[in-house]
Design a protein around this ligand. Structure first.
Ligand code: SF4
Ligand code: SF4
Length: 126
């Protein structure tokens, strides 16, 4: 008689191990609109002088922040374009030294002027 297997239940996040994160990239530099921090359920955004970053060790891969960013600065790690790969290590490095932010605040007065400027990595202030 064949053994009936039960349907496999979803594996809880905590049992999957920590493998994925979301990443803030250069479109955030000098924009910092902060819409993203309001939706993060685990408060894993950290604020520097002119960019926010995500702590990869705290991000639970929920994807809530990605559509909130008005300049599309946030990517899932597995969708991160080649040119933004350095931001994976930068998010981790900078999240460890910058203060946490979990409330929306006013963007810089000139944020809109910087929203579509390319190659802003050189402007990142640490
Ligand atoms: S919403 Fe986008 S631009 Fe604003 S702080 Fe978050 S990542 Fe940066
Ligand atoms: S994916 Fe979820 S947990 Fe990770 S930074 Fe975005 S909102 Fe926070």
């Amino acid at each position: 008689m064949p053994v009936r297997l039960r349907p496999r239940a979803p594996i809880p996040y905590v049992m999957r191990g920590k493998e994925m994160t979301f990443v803030v990239t250069e479109q955030c530099i000098r924009c910092k609109y902060t819409d993203c921090v309001e939706v993060c359920p685990v408060d894993c955004f950290y604020e520097g002088p002119n960019i926010l970053v995500i702590n990869p060790d705290e991000c639970i891969d929920c994807a809530l922040c990605e559509p909130e960013c008005p300049v599309n600065a946030i990517y899932s790690e597995d969708d991160l374009p080649e040119k933004y790969q350095p931001y994976l290590a930068l998010n981790k490095e900078l999240a460890e030294k910058w203060p946490n932010i979990n409330r929306i605040k006013d963007a810089p007065a000139d944020a809109d002027q910087w929203a579509n400027v390319p190659d802003k990595l050189k402007l990142l202030e640490k």
